[in-house]
Structures are given as structure tokens and as C-alpha cells.
Design a protein around this ligand. Structure first.
Ligand code: FAD
Ligand code: NAD
Length: 485
């Protein structure tokens, strides 16, 4: 079914704001600009596998949403086999219906992406499906999917062109055998053996999906350490759980080649022991993403890229070219949907002459594995390196009545606070619904709360949120529900 939007006859050629890119950075920018009573068009060129154009970018079509749909389904399947008996629930004959699992995922994606069109309609944003290119003087060349060309103009242009997966020269993509994350979300059968290159966020999330559904999963990570960007106490705990779940994570493994042979992929890599070989049925390459700016900028657009290909911007996402802004994955900072969204909202407010600011110090990170991993602020390693004296409180979910009732008592909540003024510097959670729990820490840090502020805040019992409360108390050795060490 085509979801192509019919362009209204007599469409305006001139707008207050044109946003190029309709992902989680671009579409909120367009909506907020329209809320600010500006005339807005949002141009997006995304097409799904069936050729249907769709707003929502990587996140809604091939990233956050489809991956979370499959994570949820595969987690239920895993728990049904591994956990239900513990609850006293016997299930006989439960079977995997992968086609239905994929159908559910696609339905969620379709609903969410069509929802953006409804939001645009409600807010008064003009959706334009096709390619956008910034020309000099804030003119925008637009080529609709049917080939129709027009030159539009705007008082302000917001670039939100996103990112694309990095290809590994030694293991080039070759569908359906060697695939990127989008390909890994669309497998139509559970591979017996799945290889994943990169133990980053995508490698762990998608490796977990297919492991839970029965694949033997080997993850090859070039670095000698695990989750180097996370707090290392948390990383160690995570590695322990993933190994227990059967994820075979090989660190210090540098891939030197991958070739399709028959129906399998032969992967060659080197590690501390020398040359190694691995044969898998499917190989997922997840070694990071790069900014995507193909055919986005005319030579005289006035916008510059940095040495890594990101669009150069200041702290307010202004590019330096008059009234041209850039947000989301195509600019510096973490490649996260919520970071792009807030940048979009900030820019749309600044354009309208309102207040707008991003607090890059409190952008939460979540890895949607089981147990879930989430953090905000500094890791203990970063605090130590800063030289500031600090205290740490840790509360294990084993001591949480709610976590035990849920049969999810793995992991801990950890809070780091400054010794001098008690400011919360970082919070790291591995455990049930960590991604939801971290919101309290984000809010606390946004308001510059102290650990005492959290200690004096009443948390409902029995809830998982008590773990954060107790971690704050533990920082002053005043925890009630766990031993103070
Ligand atoms: P994109 O979402 O990439 O959107 C850019 C849009 O611009 C695309 O539709 C593209 O087609 C369009 N475009 C580009 N150039 C042009 C042009 N010249 N003309 C017209 N249109 C153009 N982040 C999270 O925060 N949480 C998660 O759980 C999460 N899970 C992820 C899972 C996976 C498998 C992947 C791959 C990513 C995940 N991410 C997640 C990252 C998240 O998807 C990105 O950070 C986010 O999509 C970036 O938003 P964006 O709007 O900057 O770019
Ligand atoms: P990543 O940067 O998270 O991880 C890439 C991993 O690959 C790193 O551990 C890196 O050391 C390793 N690597 C790099 N080159 C390698 C090589 N040649 N051989 C073996 N290992 C190698 O990148 P990703 O997992 O591809 O994710 C891309 C982006 O998407 C991330 O920035 C992430 O923020 C975003 N994302 C976020 C979420 C989430 O928020 N839950 C989920 C998925 C993706």
C-alpha cells in the first residue's frame, strides 16, 4: 500500500522554515516550528522495503521502534521457556511464529510512521516526500519521488539528514548473508549460527533478539574491553549476564575478511591467540554509524562538514551559514533519537525568537537488553579522572521486593555524588526497566539535585524506583534495605 502523500495543487514555494529530513530530529522540529505559528514544510526521502515512502527516518522505520518490537517479543518467548515454570505456570507446546512476530513489528512501524502524517496535518506542516538539497541563499531544490522538480525558498532551513551504517571494508554488505542492522531486523528465519561484528548497542540488542529466539550468537568486538563508553562496574555486570544467556562475546577480535561460501559466511579474524575462523549462516555488521549528507549541500550552500563528515554547528545547532541549522545524527554528539528531538525543539524555538537550550550533560543512554542498561551523567572512571572527590552508593535488585516478585532481581542501581556539595554526578542502572528508572535521575540532575534530595524523596513501595532511593542513601552509608559497606 502506498502511503505517498498527494501534494496539494498550488503548493506554496516559500516557507518560514523548511526542514530536510523527517526522522526523530526533523519531524519534531517541524511540528514545534508550526506550533510557533511559522509556515513549515518537511522534506523526507525515506522509502521502505516495499517502496512506500514513510516519515520517521531510521528510528521509526529501521531502528528504535522495530528493534524494540522484536526485543519485546523475543523476551516474552525467552521468559516463557526460562521463567514461567518458576512462577508455577506450565506451558506445553509453545511455538515460535516468526512470521507473525515480524508482522506485528511491521504493523507497529506502519502505525507510528502514518501517525507522523496525522501529526503534521494537525499542526499544519506541509509534508513533501522526495529529495531536498540546500542551495545558496536558503533556496532548497526539491525532487519529488515522481521526479517533479521545484525550487523552494525559506527564511530558515533545518538540516536533519541523519546517519547511515558504516560498512566494513573487510566484510562488505551482501544481502541476505552479510547485513546491516536493518537487514538483521528483517530476517525471515532464525539463523542456526549468527555472527555479529561490533559489541556496541546494536550488536548487543540485535544479538540478544536472535539469541533468545534460538540462534547461536558469536559477537566479535575489536576492542579488548567491553562497553568502554559505560561505567565499568556496570559493563562487568552486563558481560556476566550476557555470557550466562549464551551470547559468545569475543573481545580483542579484529575481522580481517568475510566471504559468502555456499549458504554460509566464512569470517576470518585475529585475536590474542592469532588467526581465527568462524562459519555462520548470517553476519550482522554493527560497527557504528556515520553522518549522512549525500547530495544534501550545494557547493555554495555555506555549510561546512568536519573531518568526520558531521555538519559543523555551534552549541545552538547553528551552522554558521545565515539562518541554516542542523540537528540530530548529522551533527556532533550521541546518535540518539531523543538527543535529536530536543535539538529540533530547541532550534524551532530559537527560530521563533523564544528561549531554547540543550543540556548535553544530561542526555540519558539506554541499552534495551535484558537486564536493561541505562545511565546519565559521568561514569565512575570519568569522575575519578576529573580529580573531584566523590562517593558511591550501590543498591542490588536482589534486595528489591518488587524485582524479586517480577523474577527480575539481577543487576543494581549505582549513584555517584560529589563529596563537597553532594551534587549527583552520574547514575547507572542495570536491571529491570532500567530505561524507565533512569528518567528520575535525569530529572534530578536537570534540577541539579543532591543525593540528599533523592534520599528525602518518598518512593512508593514496593516499586523498582526504590532502588534509586536506596542507592542515594547508600552513598552516605544510610541504606535501609541493604548492608552499608
Ligand atoms: P534519521 O532518523 O536517520 O532520519 C533522517 C531522515 O532524513 C531519513 O528519513 C532520511 O531518509 C532523510 N534524508 C536524508 N537526507 C535527505 C535529503 N537530502 N532529502 C530528504 N530526506 C533526506 N536511538 C535511540 O535513542 N533509542 C533507541 O532505542 C535506538 N535504537 C536504534 C536501533 C537501531 C537498529 C538503529 C540503527 C538506531 C537506533 N537508534 C536509537 C538511533 C536512532 O535511530 C537515531 O539516533 C535517530 O534516528 C537519528 O534521528 P535523525 O532524525 O537525526 O536521523
Ligand atoms: P556503537 O558505536 O554503539 O558500537 C560499535 C562497536 O563496534 C564498538 O564497540 C566498536 O568498538 C566496535 N567496532 C568498531 N569497528 C570494529 C571492527 N572493525 N571489528 C569489530 N568491532 C568493531 O555502534 P552501533 O552499535 O553500530 O550503533 C550505532 C549508533 O546507533 C550508536 O551511536 C547508538 O547510539 C545508536 N543506537 C542506539 C540505541 C539505543 O539507544 N538503545 C540502539 C541502537 C543504536
Amino acid at each position: 500500500m502506498s502511503t505517498d502523500v498527494k501534494q496539494p495543487a498550488g503548493l506554496a514555494d516559500s516557507f518560514d522554515v523548511i526542514v530536510i529530513g523527517g526522522g526523530p530530529a526533523g519531524y519534531p522540529a517541524a511540528i514545534r516550528a508550526a506550533q510557533n505559528k511559522l509556515s513549515v514544510a518537511c522534506i523526507d526521502e525515506w522509502k521502505n522495503r516495499d517502496g512506500a515512502p514513510a516519515f520517521g527516518g531510521t528510528c521509526l522505520n529501521a531502528g528504535c521502534i522495530p528493534s524494540k518490537a522484536l526485543l519485546e517479543s523475543s523476551e516474552l518467548y525467552y521468559r516463557l521457556h526460562e521463567e514461567f515454570a518458576q512462577h508455577g505456570i506450565k506451558v506445553a507446546g509453545a511455538q515460535l511464529d516468526l512470521a507473525q512476530m515480524q508482522k506485528r513489528k511491521s504493523g507497529i512501524v506502519r502505525g507510528m510512521t502514518q501517525g507522523i502524517l496525522a501529526l503534521f496535518k494537525g499542526a499544519g506542516v506541509t509534508p513533501l516526500q522526495g529529495h531536498g538539497r540546500l542551495l545558496a541563499g536558503r533556496k532548497v531544490g526539491f525532487v519529488a519521488h515522481d521526479g517533479t522538480r521545484r525550487t523552494l525558498s525559506a527564511r530558515h532551513v533545518v538540516l536533519a539528514s541523519g546517519s547511515a551504517p558504516i560498512e566494513l571494508r573487510s566484510a562488505p554488505f551482501k544481502a541476505p548473508y552479510i547485513v546491516d542492522s536493518w537487514g538483521a531486523l528483517d530476517l525471515d528465519a532464525v539463523p542456526k549460527r549468527l555472527g555479529v561484528i561490533g559489541a556496541g548497542v546494536i550488536g548487543l540488542e540485535l544479538g540478544s533478539v536472535w539469541r533468545r529466539l534460538g540462534a547461536e550468537v558469536v559477537v566479535l568486538e575489536a576492542l579488548p574491553d567491553f562497553l568502554t563508553f559505560a561505567d565499568q562496574q556496570l559493563a562487568k555486570e552486563a558481560l556476566r549476564h550476557f555470557k550466562k544467556q549464551g551470547l559468545d562475546i569475543r573481545l580483542g577480535a579484529k575481522v580481517t575478511g568475510a566471504a559468502v561460501s555456499g549458504n554460509a559466511v566464512d569470517v576470518a579474524y585475529t585475536d590474542a591467540k592469532g588467526e581465527q575462523h568462524l562459519s555462520v549462516d548470517r553476519l550482522v555488521v554493527a560497527i557504528g554509524r556515520r553522518p549522512y549528507t549525500k547530495d544534501l549541500l550545494a557547493n555554495d550552500s555555506g555549510v561546512e562538514l568536519d573531518e568526520r563528515g558531521f555538519i559543523k554547528v555551534d552549541e545552538h545547532c547553528h551552522t554558521g551559514a545565515e539562518n541554516v541549522w542542523a540537528i540530530g545524527d548529522c551533527v556532533r554528539g550521541p546518535m540518539l533519537a531523543h538527543k535529536g528531538k530536543e535539538e529540533g525543539v530547541m532550534v524551532a524555538d530559537l527560530i521563533a525568537g523564544r528561549f531554547g537550550e540543550m543540556n548535553y550533560k544530561v542526555v540519558p543512554s539506554v541499552i534495551y537488553t535484558a537486564p536493561e542498561i541505562a545511565w546519565v551523567g559521568l561514569t565512575e572512571e570519568q569522575v575519578k579522572a576529573s580529580g573531584r572527590d566523590y562517593k558511591v552508593g550501590v543498591f542490588p535488585f536482589l534486595a528489591s521486593g518488587r524485582a524479586r516478585a517480577m523474577e527480575q532481581a539481577a543487576g543494581f542501581a549505582k549513584l555517584i555524588a560529589a563529596r563537597d556539595d553532594d551534587e549527583i554526578l552520574g547514575v547507572h542502572v542495570i536491571g529491570p526497566l532500567a530505561g524507565e528508572l533512569i528518567a528520575e535521575a535525569v530529572l534530578a540532575m536537570e534540577y541539579s539535585a543532591s543525593s540528599e534530595d533523592l534520599q528525602r524523596t518518598i518512593h512508593a513501595h514496593p516499586t523498582l524506583s526504590e532502588a534509586l532511593h536506596e542507592a542515594a542513601l547508600a552513598a552516605d552509608k544510610r541504606a535501609i534495605d541493604s548492608l552499608n559497606r
